[in-house]
Design a protein around this ligand. Structure first.
Ligand code: 0PR
Length: 353
């Protein structure tokens, strides 16, 4: 039987995943058959998980790391809502979030039996704090904000949202699944060092350059993490907070290896290169007359006619659209200036200016 060709990233402009760092790939291979779901048995990978959490805490300004390496942002977001639901134990619980929130919150609401209240964003695609304030009530368990939105790369006003959450007696969750490894090099107020947020999603398998699956879930207080713990009587380890049982030691080891290799200098270099790429692409698209959203993080969205979008896809470009139809280009570590030039040259060949 013929073997499938390995994945190349040459024309991938839509993904939030990227080519793993070589150190992450090696670490993943070495820990393929381990299970951090049973830390007392798989002690080496359990120690690597502690290392990974310590790095994530440093990156996000968290003093003492509480949390674990998840299968991705979806699990982390589901678990943040579940922890708040268990910890606060309110009747008819609801979660309040801007409409820019990732769709994993719909899954969280569905599996946990929690109401998801989404409210409009402002003219610059950020959570509208008045709308959030109007939506919270005494049944609110979580106010969620995004630090690096999936569609436009925007950062919600996290300190203000945290005040609103705490005034309502709710917990504040920040979804930095994508943005968490670039935001430390910006002026944005997004982390535990900017506001007393309660939990955060930050994914090594996105901008962190770890292998899939490696997400991150962090809590400020140990008690909130403990609200996830289930007794595991027949395992050597007495309890388990993760949603999955057996989970990937490869993901955990690769996350620790990638952060050991790249934090902070390597990540800073990638941020600077990709922010410059995004700003360059923005200017190129504007010069061609496309309505384009100014990039705040390395993600560019632009209005592009359907026919051009389809033709670019036919030429092999892996591109996607926002819910409202804009072309989305995510400048991940594998995206080079040359590949963006080649993309624009294909675009120009479709619509001569
Ligand atoms: N939170 C945010 C802000 C996200 O952008 C995403 C994923 C998640 C949570 C969920 O993370 P997991 O997918 O790890 O569970 N955002 C991308 C999206 O849904 C994920 C993605 C990644 C899509 C690679 C395509 C792709 O090729 O668009």
């Amino acid at each position: 039987m013929q073997r499938a060709a390995p994945q190349t990233f040459d024309r991938v402009l839509s993904s939030m995943c990227t080519r793993p760092h070589p150190a992450a790939r090696n670490a993943a291979e070495r820990f393929l058959a381990t299970n951090p779901g049973d830390p007392a048995t798989y002690q080496t990978v359990a120690a690597l998980e502690e290392d990974a959490l310590a790095y994530l805490a440093e990156i996000t300004g968290l003093e003492t790391p509480h949390g674990y390496i998840t299968s991705g942002g979806t699990e982390a977001n589901i678990q943040a809502v579940r922890a708040a639901r268990n910890y606060l134990a309110r009747d008819d619980p609801n979660v309040v979030a801007p409409e820019s929130i990732h769709f994993s919150f719909q899954k969280a609401a569905d599996v946990l039996g929690v109401e998801l209240r989404t409210v409009p964003v402002d003219d610059d695609y950020r959570a509208d704090t008045d709308a959030v304030r109007a939506a919270v009530d005494s049944n609110t368990i979580v106010v969620a904000g995004v630090a690096g939105t999936t569609e436009f790369g925007r950062v919600d006003p996290i300190p203000e949202l945290t005040d609103i959450a705490h005034d309502a007696g709710a917990l504040m969750h920040v979804d930095a699944a994508w943005g968490g490894f670039v935001l430390p090099f910006t002026d944005h107020e997004w982390s535990f060092s900017h506001a007393p947020i309660d939990s955060m999603t930050i994914d090594p398998h996105k901008y962190g350059q770890a292998v899939v699956p490696a997400g991150g879930l962090l809590f400020r207080e140990r008690d909130v993490l403990d609200a996830l713990a289930i007794d595991t009587p027949y395992l050597e380890s007495a309890s388990q907070a993760s949603l999955t049982g057996t989970r990937s030691g490869a993901g955990v080891a690769s996350a620790a290896a990638a952060m050991r290799e790249l934090w902070p200098t390597g990540y800073r270099d990638v941020y600077e290169t990709q922010q410059a790429n995004a700003e360059w692409l923005y200017e190129q698209l504007v010069a061609r007359g496309y309505e384009t959203v100014e990039p705040e993080l390395p993600l560019v969205a632009a209005e592009l006619p359907e026919s051009e979008f389809e033709s670019l896809r036919d030429l092999g470009w892996r591109i996607s659209r926002t819910g409202s139809g804009e072309l989305r280009i995510v400048c991940m570590p594998h995206v080079t200036r040359d590949s963006l030039r080649a993309f624009l040259s294909d675009l120009d060949s479709l619509s001569p200016v």
